[in-house]
Design a protein around this ligand. Structure first.
Ligand code: SF4
Length: 256
């Protein structure tokens, strides 16, 4: 069945992060969502029969409210929960958080020269991510891998596919899906690094085709521009107001 109406609400909780990625699409001007607004929004998503709530930012573990509590709240409402995180500021027991249905973790290369070079201040990030993935696999958790395809990592995308194939081996299947994003010249990173990182539509399409020919043991999604997805609505705070953006509604204040 093809679902045409929004099913997934993305809560962009706040803009701060402990990394600086050259492709980051977050806008520094975004505000911070309060706990009460997030709760109200989750109730509204449930009332409108959304299937899942995806918590992002910035880095959601920098949200000044209780992330664990809001995830439990969403889960109790019956929403599937996903958290998009760079995995640096995880609490010690993250692999036991059974109210998180899926972690969304970035892998943008298989070598430090490529993955870490796309980010500043975290020269060991690839090592942190591979250790985290191994812990999540041992705990039987589910993850979506996100990769932003840029001029500087396009040569390693197939190798990421082979690394993920290896990670998926064995009885415990950690990878739900792999999302291949096209670099977008937006936000605090993307705008600054357009000349250095942007690839053509043709190259992006070719890389996605080649990845699909790898016949990987999980779904590979083409994510040329998430804002154009019919099934996703984005929510954030701007000048104190809750805003939403979706393909059908454009950008407008959210009435919840
Ligand atoms: S893309 Fe990088 S800098 Fe931007 S929010 Fe994610 S981890 Fe932080």
């Amino acid at each position: 069945m093809i679902v045409e109406s929004p099913q997934h609400g993305v809560l962009m909780l706040q803009p701060r992060c402990n990394m600086t990625c050259s492709f980051c699409v977050t806008e520094d001007s975004m505000g911070t969502m309060t706990f009460e607004v997030a709760q109200g929004l989750l109730r509204d998503l449930k009332r409108r029969n959304f299937a899942s709530a995806i918590f992002g930012g910035g880095e959601p573990f920098f949200w000044p409210y209780d992330l664990k509590k809001i995830l439990q709240y969403a889960s109790e409402l019956g929403l599937r929960t996903q958290v998009g995180t760079n995995a640096i500021k995880f609490p010690a027991d993250f692999d036991q958080w059974d109210f998180v249905d899926r972690w969304v973790i970035p892998v943008d290369g298989v070598t430090s020269e490529v993955h870490n070079k796309l980010r500043s201040f975290q020269n060991r990030h690839l090592q942190i991510v591979t250790k985290t993935l191994s812990q999540l696999k041992d705990a039987g958790r589910s993850v979506t891998i996100s990769t932003v395809i840029t001029k500087n990592n396009q040569q390693e995308v197939m190798k990421i596919g082979e690394y993920l194939r290896t990670l998926q081996e064995g009885e415990k299947k950690i990878i739900h899906a792999w999302h291949l994003y096209k670099f977008l010249p937006f936000g605090r990173g993307g705008k600054l690094h357009q000349a250095e990182l942007e690839i053509s539509d043709e190259l992006y399409e070719q890389i996605v085709r080649e990845v699909r020919q790898q016949k990987l043991p999980f779904q590979v999604f083409k994510r040329k521009d998430m804002l154009l997805s019919k099934t996703v609505e984005f929510y954030w705070i701007e000048q104190g107001k809750l805003m939403l953006q979706s393909k059908s509604k454009g950008i407008q204040p959210a009435a919840i």
